[in-house]
Structure formats: structure tokens, C-alpha cells
Design a protein around this ligand. Structure first.
Ligand SMILES: Nc1nc2c(ncn2[C@@H]2O[C@H](COP(=O)(O)OP(=O)(O)OP(=O)(O)O)[C@@H](O)[C@H]2O)c(=O)[nH]1
Length: 315
């Protein structure tokens, strides 16, 4: 029997690059919030994936974006994204194959390459949406762009980039995933597994529950909902045959409260039904879900409230 491997892999990339979806597909169960609205991921999430002899510990990061002067939470998200680089055995930088590398990716990749002490690999995501020829073209284009970027990186750092042509992945077409996992395993050290075989995440269940509700809220409110919306689990009780959950959707303004509630409560009802169905799948039990909407104008600028609402690990 070959030796066990274990190591950390971080998923970086612009908002919407497909990090959470890939993490969920690799771990096999929904852990991270996913929606087509950028920045649904607000926390660092450890997803655990066992592949052959390897236990891969994935660090999911909030979408990296330029620091803005606006609310404090934006800069906290950036800190989180940068801090995982230093802990990783491999950094995967994801680029949406449909969009390709943009200015922001160039800036991030340049900064990552300058800072990293770990191998960095490029991943072209969402390849299921494109024909093979187009993906090949996109790969060559990205390879040419990264070559240019490397010229601006100190020579001793350049070899940290391990694949000049990106590896393809699709969370929706699972055939691509074993090859991606084999690729990742090449970079993991030999080490005993840190978690039992059937663990999926180190996050408390309450956190996973709040992520699932938050995802539904974002998905059903589309463009209307501001990024600064949190879900707090007020009470979670495991009874004999069901789970009872009381949760609050926290918004910053009264007008947003109306949006979340909808006409005669129609929106919150819809969110509640979809979230309950998802929670029942996740918890494998009937769920009673009581959802409230609360207004807290200060939360986006208050570090302790951010921690309370979104379980950010603040240092
Ligand atoms: N067709 C297809 N769509 C995908 C794939 N991966 C992600 N998506 C979609 O792309 C959108 C964004 O995916 P996320 O996984 O939330 O992206 P993210 O990088 O985690 O985004 P942030 O949380 O903003 O950092 C969602 O609508 C996903 O369903 C994929 O492999 N194929």
C-alpha cells in the first residue's frame, strides 16, 4: 500500500469564477453557497475530499476583488483571500473559460506569483459550456497572457507556476474531475490524514445551514439584493424526528427588508420553501424553518457583528 498524502489546496479567482461550485462537486455535497451573483462566498471554508491515498483539504476563498473604500467587509474578504495562500500546498487560480483572463486576473496573478511560496496552477473552469476547439483556443490565449505576466515577476518566483497551459475543469461535467484530482495529488506531501474518512468539512453545522439559506436568498432575489445580506441562525434544535431552525436574514436598510419579504410575504415564503427543501436534503430529516427578516444598519461596518453574522475568523 502506498503512503497517505494530505495537504491544503486553496481555490482563488475572481468572484463568480466557479470556486464554490467546484468545491461542492469535489467534496460531493453542498457546503459552500453558490449563486450566479458574485461574492456569495463570504467565509473561508474547508472542504475535505479523499482521492485514492490522498486527503485534500480545500480552502475556499471569497472572490478576490480590488479593495474599495466602501464598507469594511470588503477589505476583510480580501484579507481572507490573501491569508490562505500562505497555508497552501497548492494554489489553484480559477479562470472562467467563457470569459478568459481579464485585467483583474492579471493583477491578482501577478500579486500571487510575487507573494507565493507554494506552487500555483491555473484552472480553466466551466468548460462544459464550450466546444473543445474553443476551450483549446482559450487555453492558448491564457498561456500567452500568463507568459507575459511572468516576465514582470522576479525570476526566482516564476517556477512556482506549475502549468503554463491551464488544466480544464467543469463542476457540471464530472468526467473532468478525476484528472483534476490526480493533478492536485502530485503536489501534496506524504502525511497521515487529518480527518476521518467521512468528514466533509470542519465547519460547524450551523454555519453550513446558514450558507444554504443565504444561497437561496441570493438566488431568489437576483440583482435586487445587496451583497451585504447575512443569515444568522438564532436557534437550531434536533428533535426526535425533525430539525427545528429559527433563522434571521439580516439586511442593512428598511427598504431592503420589504424586498426580502415581498408582496404579502411572497418572497420570504419562496425563500423559506426552497431553503427548507435544500436543508432537508442536507440534514436528511424533515425540517421546520422559521425565517425572519431583520434590519441592522450597522452590520457591514462593524467588525464584531460581521464576525457574529458571517463566522469570519478575525485575527
Ligand atoms: N456551466 C457551469 N456553470 C458553473 C460551473 N461552475 C460554476 N458555475 C456557475 O457559475 C456561477 C458562479 O459560481 P460560484 O461557484 O458561486 O462562483 P465563486 O467563484 O465561488 O463566486 P464567489 O462566491 O463570488 O467568489 C454559478 O451560477 C454556478 O452555477 C461549471 O463548471 N459549469
Amino acid at each position: 500500500m502506498s503512503n497517505q498524502q494530505s495537504g491544503y489546496v486553496s481555490l482563488l479567482g475572481r468572484p463568480n469564477a466557479g470556486k464554490s461550485t467546484l468545491l461542492n462537486a469535489l467534496v460531493g455535497q453542498k457546503i459552500a453557497g453558490v449563486s450566479s451573483k458574485p461574492q456569495t462566498t463570504r467565509n473561508r471554508i474547508l472542504g475535505i475530499c479523499n482521492h485514492d491515498q490522498a486527503q485534500i483539504l480545500f480552502l475556499d476563498t471569497p472572490g478576490m476583488h480590488r479593495l474599495r473604500k466602501s464598507a469594511k467587509i470588503n477589505s476583510l474578504m480580501n484579507q481572507e483571500a490573501w491569508s490562505v495562500i500562505g497555508e497552501s500546498d497548492l494554489v489553484l487560480y480559477m479562470i472562467d473559460a467563457n470569459i478568459g483572463m481579464e485585467g483583474l486576473d492579471r493583477d491578482f496573478l501577478k500579486s500571487i506569483m510575487k507573494a507565493t511560496e507554494s506552487p500555483v496552477a491555473l484552472v480553466l473552469s466551466k468548460t462544459d459550456r464550450m466546444k473543445k476547439d474553443r476551450i483549446k483556443e482559450r487555453s492558448h490565449q491564457v498561456a500567452a497572457q500568463i507568459a507575459e505576466i511572468l516576465e514582470e515577476v522576479p525570476e526566482e518566483k516564476r517556477s512556482f507556476l506549475v502549468n503554463p497551459e491551464p488544466i480544464w475543469s467543469s463542476a457540471k461535467n464530472r468526467e473532468s474531475l478525476p484528472a483534476l484530482l490526480d493533478f492536485i495529488c502530485e503536489f501534496l506531501p506524504e502525511a497521515p490524514w487529518m480527518y476521518p474518512e467521512d468528514d466533509l468539512t470542519d465547519r460547524p453545522q450551523r454555519f453550513v445551514v446558514s450558507e444554504l439559506i443565504r444561497e437561496k436568498t441570493f438566488r431568489l432575489l437576483g440583482e435586487e439584493i445587496p451583497y451585504h445580506t447575512a443569515v444568522r441562525i438564532d436557534k437550531m434544535e434536533f428533535k426526535k424526528n425533525n430539525v427545528s431552525i429559527m433563522a434571521s436574514i439580516i439586511v442593512a436598510r428598511n427598504s431592503q427588508k420589504g424586498m426580502v419579504i415581498g408582496k404579502q410575504g411572497s418572497k420570504i415564503k419562496e425563500i423559506g420553501i426552497e431553503a427548507r427543501e435544500e436543508l432537508e436534503k442536507h440534514l436528511d430529516q424533515p425540517v421546520f424553518l422559521d425565517l425572519q427578516v431583520k434590519v441592522d444598519p450597522d452590520w457591514v461596518d462593524d467588525v464584531s457583528l460581521i464576525a457574529e453574522y458571517s463566522s469570519l475568523e478575525l485575527s
